[in-house]
Ligand binder design. Structure first.
Ligand SMILES: Cc1cc2nc3c(=O)[nH]c(=O)nc-3n(C[C@H](O)[C@H](O)[C@H](O)COP(=O)(O)OP(=O)(O)OC[C@H]3O[C@@H](n4cnc5c(N)ncnc54)[C@H](O)[C@@H]3O)c2cc1C
Length: 279
């Protein structure tokens, strides 16, 4: 049954500091960014009974900058449209632009944020393999201070992360990526389709070890360290594809079957590997 907003309050802070104070003093609150996931949960009646903390006005969380050492910093409120139009992201992390272009449609891209995609913790989130393959760091703030959580440690299970109820994601930082970047999403259609499989990869050329991550094949997005090691050691592709099968645990669900996901994962690995050296 659709949930109701009748008895819920909407708190709108004017600064990050305000937001953190509200979370601390008036919680539990559900942070609300673009609301594209929250609205669906509200409609399905699966949103727990809390009041909302509206982050949308906090422009300080929307900035995209490059810090010393070439680290790309993307504010948690940056939308997919912001990412698509950012020269900094296009030149430094084009695989994130590729992912953003395939999220939903223009309406979702205008409202959906990267912080919402990360916090929502769906194994099918399209930006998540990109961030995993790029060795991103999630910046998390509360009144207690800031934590820098390596992306590989952010998720602890299906739809569960290390984020505490009094914490907000403020940004994600991505160290300079060397080598080529590759992204591929397989869904039912080109737009408005949740991934059946989504994969991102980095490097793999001229002695650069590959870094590969995949979504929709396990309770969380996963990096593939054994598959990466097999490819880096010069093992034949077919051997790496066998190793990959042990690193994923897809299930049958409304969007696809485990068998299909296993075959497509192997095919995507082949595409990533065989496209080395091509532009
Ligand atoms: C029609 C449709 C199509 C979609 N297509 C895709 C798709 O192709 N690919 C894809 O990956 N996703 C898709 N989505 C899902 C959704 O759009 C994305 O996950 C989006 O990035 C969510 O961002 P948001 O700002 O709307 O998050 P919200 O809905 O505002 O929030 C989502 C969750 O994150 C929490 N949250 C948000 N911001 C923060 C923060 N800064 N700190 C802490 N917690 C926070 C909220 O409390 C909530 O639990 C689709 C959704 C719809 C409705």
């Amino acid at each position: 049954m659709p949930g109701s907003v009748a008895n819920r309050r909407l708190l709108t802070p004017r600064s990050l500091r305000d937001a953190l104070r509200m979370l601390d003093a008036e919680g539990p609150l559900t942070p609300m960014a673009g609301c594209t996931d929250l609205y669906v949960a509200l409609n399905f009646g699966t949103l727990r009974e809390t009041n909302f903390l509206n982050l949308w006005e906090l422009d300080e969380l929307r900035r995209i900058t490059v810090r010393s050492g070439g680290v790309l910093s993307i504010g948690s409120l940056a939308t997919y449209t912001d990412i698509i139009h950012s020269r900094l992201v296009s030149t430094r992390l084009p695989m994130l632009v590729a992912a953003a272009r395939e999220v939903g449609g223009p309406q979702i891209q205008n409202r959906g944020t990267i912080g919402g995609n990360i916090a929502n913790a769906s194994p099918a989130g399209d930006t998540l393999p990109v961030l995993a393959a790029a060795d991103a760091v999630v910046l998390v703030r509360s009144l207690r201070g800031e934590r820098r959580v390596p992306f590989s440690e952010f998720y602890v299970g299906y739809r569960r992360s290390v984020l505490e109820p009094d914490e907000l994601i403020t940004a994600v930082e991505v160290p300079a990526v060397k080598g080529r970047q590759w992204f591929r999403k397989v869904g039912t259609r080109a737009a408005q389709a949740i991934s059946k499989i989504v994969m991102a990869g980095v490097g793999g050329e001229r002695g650069q070890p590959p870094r590969i991550a995949i979504g929709s094949v396990a309770p969380t997005v996963v990096r593939l360290p054994s598959t990466e090691a097999a490819l880096a050691s010069g093992a034949p592709l077919v051997e790496a594809q066998r190793v990959l099968q042990d690193e994923i645990a897809p299930i049958d669900d409304v969007r696809s079957t485990a068998e299909y996901r296993r075959r497509v994962a192997a095919n995507l690995l082949a595409s990533f590997w065989n496209e080395r050296g091509r532009r």
